[in-house]
Design a protein around this ligand. Structure first.
Ligand SMILES: Nc1ncnc2c1ncn2[C@@H]1O[C@H](COP(=O)(O)OP(=O)(O)O)[C@@H](O)[C@H]1O
Ligand SMILES: [Mg+2]
Length: 300
C-alpha cells in the first residue's frame, strides 16, 4: 500500500470513528482552475499549476503533528529555525556562503527528515519577509511528492536531465503564499550522477537566486544508505542532521557525521525527544510524545 493510500485509509478510519461523513475525496487536490493557482506567468516564467497542502492528508501521513500538538511543535521549530535563518540571510550574524540552501539529512531512513523538512519549511514560511522553497530531493523515496499528489510530475530530476528546462517553471505555488514546492521529478537510474553534476550546482544557485529572500529546504535521502545524499551535501550551505532520540546508534551517527567532515555548517536536531539537550554542535531538543511524557514547554 502506498503512503498516500495508507494516509487516506487512516483518515477515513478517523472520520468513521468520529462519526464524520467520508467525502471520498481525500487525495490531495491540485487546483489549476483557481485564479491564484493558475499557470499564469510569474516573473516572466510560466509555472505549472499550484497545489493546496491538504492538512488532513499530511497529518494522516504522519508529516504534520496532530492538531493538539501543533502549537508546541511550532514553538520548537521557531527555536530551530532562528539560527538557520540568521546564516541564510545574514540576520543578526554574518551570512554564510550558500547559507540559503539548507539540506535536511540523517544517517538512516525513518529519523524524521521529511517531517522536519515540511514542518521547518512551514515554520520558515510564517516569516513574511522570506520566501521558502521546499525541494523533494529524496529522489530515492520521494514521499513528499507522492503525498502531495505530484509523484508523477516533472521536478528536480527532469531539470537536471534537461538543461533546456527552466527549473523555475516546475516549481508549484502552494496555498501558503510564501511557500512553494519542487517535486522530485520522474525517477531515474542515474540519479546519483545527476545530483552530483555541475548542473545540480547550477540549479541550486538558480533556486536561491530569484530575489535574495528565498530559502531552499532540501528533503534528502539518508547519508549512509544511499549514494545520492553525499552528492547533495556539496551544494548545501547549511546541513541539518536529524537524529531520532533513543533510536540512532551513536556509531552510526558518527559515521554519518564523518561524511560531512569539512562542511562549514552542520547542525543537529534531536527529533522526537522527550527531553531538551544542549551540547557540542548546535543541538536542539525538540519533538513531542504521543504519550504522557511531554517535554516541558519552556525547555523544549
Ligand atoms: N517530531 C516528530 N514527531 C512525531 N512523529 C514524527 C516526528 N518525526 C518523525 N515522525 C514520524 O516518524 C516517521 C519517519 O519520519 P520521516 O520524516 O518519514 O523520516 P525520514 O524522512 O527520515 O525517512 C514518520 O512516520 C513520521 O510521522
Ligand atoms: Mg523521508
Amino acid at each position: 500500500m502506498s503512503v498516500v493510500e495508507k494516509a487516506i485509509r487512516k483518515l477515513q478510519e478517523q472520520r468513521q470513528q468520529s462519526g464524520e461523513p467520508s467525502t471520498g475525496v481525500e487525495v490531495p487536490q491540485i487546483h489549476p482552475a483557481h485564479e491564484e493557482y493558475s499557470a499564469q506567468p510569474r516573473d516572466g516564467v510560466t509555472h505549472l499549476p499550484g497545489i493546496v497542502l491538504e492538512r488532513d492528508v499530511l497529518r494522516a501521513a504522519g508529516l504534520l503533528p496532530p492538531e493538539e500538538d501543533a502549537d508546541l511543535l511550532s514553538r520548537q521549530y521557531r527555536k530551530i529555525k532562528h539560527p538557520l535563518v540568521g546564516q541564510a540571510i545574514g540576520r543578526g550574524v554574518p551570512r554564510s556562503p550558500k547559507g540559503y540552501l539548507i539540506m535536511i539529512a540523517s544517517a538512516m531512513s525513518g529519523e524524521g527528515k521529511t517531517f522536519t523538512s515540511l514542518n521547518l519549511a512551514l515554520s520558515l514560511a510564517r516569516d513574511k519577509d522570506l520566501r521558502v522553497l521546499l525541494v523533494d530531493a529524496d529522489v530515492a523515496k520521494p514521499q513528499l511528492s507522492h503525498v502531495l499528489g505530484l509523484g508523477e510530475s516533472p521536478g528536480l530530476l527532469d531539470a537536471l536531465r534537461g538543461p533546456q528546462l527552466d527549473v523555475e517553471s516546475l516549481i508549484r505555488a502552494t496555498d501558503v503564499p510564501t511557500l512553494s514546492f519542487l517535486p522530485a521529478g520522474v525517477g531515474s537510474e542515474e540519479a546519483t550522477e545527476l545530483l552530483s553534476s555541475a548542473r545540480m550546482e547550477q540549479i541550486a544557485e538558480l533556486l536561491g537566486r530569484p530575489d535574495g529572500r528565498r530559502i531552499v529546504v532540501f528533503d534528502s535521502p539518508p547519508l549512509l544508505q544511499t549514494t545520492e545524499s553525499p552528492a547533495l551535501t556539496h551544494v548545501a550551505g547549511q546541513i541539518v542532521v536529524v537524529v531520532r532520540a533513543e533510536s540512532t546508534p551513536q556509531p552510526v551517527l558518527l559515521d554519518a557525521l564523518k561524511t560531512l567532515e569539512g562542511h562549514p555548517s552542520v547542525s543537529l536536531v534531536l527529533n522526537q525527544s522527550t527531553q531538551s539537550v544542549t551540547s557540542g554542535y548546535y543541538y536542539y531538543g525538540y519533538g513531542y510524545g504521543y504519550g504522557s511524557e511531554r517535554p516541558n514547554r519552556d525547555s523544549a
